[in-house]
Ligand binder design. Structure first.
Ligand code: GLU
Length: 447
């Protein structure tokens, strides 16, 4: 049950955003944590502050027409939800995936607001994207789509206004095409308008690796508090995209044995440990599937078409694919198989029931808005370098990322303790993120 002050706010969110299930889920999870805050500090419930936090500042929906290689006109829908700019310009990625609806982008923008606040950096929250499916599209089609998408979006962006980056389906290639179009339209080399850029045209070192590396740092810090670490531990990572690849890399560097990863078709189990060079060759260069990895890897790998990667017994689980990919049943299986820690590399990959199962079993659980904040934090470092026309070394940038992740971890842990629930990182992340946004909103007045 929600707090009596919060229930009417949630009822209103349900009424005004019909059918947007992922958005409802994300809001519900945060409101679940805020009961204790409004009881202790009633001023946070004044001036409709929580209602305002649940309402995006601006939502932009637009048509994206483009012409495919066969000369046929294609129409997609573009989105940018500018959720909250109390702490800085709207900041958050763009997702290109056929499943994208406005509710998807709203849930991601809402999560992003708290995540960005947790980093301690001057960035507001936003998210965007399109239902465009890049899978199977030619290089030229992707470029034309990105150019058409940016032609409309450009008017809403700016280094002091809104700064997109990548997410699922948007990597350095797409950021490049969008940056090129923005530069052409505005006649400005405004590096700080997009992050995730290439190193020769304004990008930051470590940005590509940051989400995965950061997630591993976060889990490492959780483990250390129990006197444990990655060394010799079995690790299962879902997904095989950017987050998964660099989660695997860092987990292996710390001595973990990563034995499985997946994509939307199935999973691969590799008892002798995932061969990362091979996986990267197939995923990043050939844009292939994990079944291709299994084929190329030979005997040590088993591919399970249509199976759940959470069937694989592991010590550490890092869901790094997409939202709602790990349900209650998966969580019970993981617990039965002895899982010790779960770190969300993706945004909201665990269903609420799964989160409850982990909590009941006292499994360490790092929620996405804390655990995967390394990507956006390094985006903020990219903005910093762009503003000062500087570029830092890999070592310096990675060290900053590690410090930021440890800071986020400690802030969450400390807040959970303050609110009488030590070890509850979900509560800690939601409250610490909320308070930082709420303080800025109170200072800026009703705007
Ligand atoms: N899409 C990433 C996220 O979910 C990164 C956003 C960014 O770098 O702006 O946090």
């Amino acid at each position: 049950m929600l707090d009596e002050k919060l229930q009417p706010i949630f009822d209103d969110v349900l009424r005004r955003n019909p059918g947007e299930l992922e958005f409802h889920q994300a809001v519900r999870e945060v409101l679940d944590s805020l009961g204790a805050v409004v009881a202790k500090h009633p001023h946070y419930a004044e001036n409709a502050l929580i209602e305002r936090i649940c309402e995006p500042e601006r939502q932009i929906i637009f048509r994206v027409p483009w012409i495919d290689d066969a000369g046929k006109v294609q129409i997609n829908r573009g989105f940018r939800v500018q959720f909250n700019s109390a702490l800085g310009p709207f900041k958050g990625g763009l997702r290109f995936h056929p499943s994208v609806l406005v509710g998807t982008i709203k849930f991601l923008g809402f999560e992003q607001t708290f995540k960005n606040a947790l980093t301690g950096m001057p960035i507001g929250g936003g998210k965007g994207g399109s239902d465009f499916d890049p899978k199977g599209r030619s290089e030229a089609e992707v470029m034309r789509f990105c150019q058409s998408f940016m032609t409309e979006l450009a008017r809403h962006l700016g280094e002091y206004t809104d700064v997109p980056a990548g997410d699922i389906g948007v990597g350095q290639r797409e950021i490049g095409y969008m940056f090129g179009q923005y530069k052409r339209m505005t006649n400005r080399y405004e590096s700080g308008v997009l992050t995730g850029k290439g190193l020769t045209w304004g990008g930051s070192r470590v940005r590509t690796e940051a989400t995965g590396y950061g997630a591993v740092y976060f889990v490492q810090r959780m483990l250390q508090r129990r006197g444990e670490d990655f060394a010799g531990r079995k690790v299962v990572v879902s997904g095989a995209g950017n987050v998964a690849i660099y989660t695997i890399e860092k987990a292996q560097e710390l001595g973990g044995k990563v034995i499985a990863c997946s994509d939307s078709n199935g999973y691969v189990m590799d008892e002798s440990g995932i061969d990362l060079a091979l996986l990267r060759e197939i995923k990043e260069r050939k844009r292939g599937r994990v079944s291709d990895y299994a084929k190329a890897r030979g005997k040590s790998a088993t591919y399970v078409e249509g199976g759940s990667v959470w069937d694989v017994p592991t010590d550490i689980a890092m869901p790094s694919a997409t939202q709602n990919e790990l349900n209650g049943e998966d969580a019970r299986k993981l617990v039965k198989n002895g899982v010790r820690a779960v770190g969300e590399g993706a945004n909201m990959p665990c269903l609420p029931e799964a989160v409850r199962v982990f909590a009941d079993a006292k499994v360490l659980f790092g929620p996405g808005k804390a655990t995967n904040a390394g990507g956006v934090a390094t985006s903020a470092l990219e903005m910093q370098q762009n503003a000062s026309r500087d570029s830092w070394t890999f070592e310096e940038t990675e060290e900053r990322l590690a410090t930021i992740m440890h800071g986020i971890h400690d802030r969450c842990a400390q807040t959970a303790e303050e609110y009488g629930e030590p070890g509850n990182y979900v509560l800690g992340a939601n409250i610490a993120g909320f308070i930082r946004v709420a303080e800025a909103m109170r200072a800026l007045g009703v705007v």
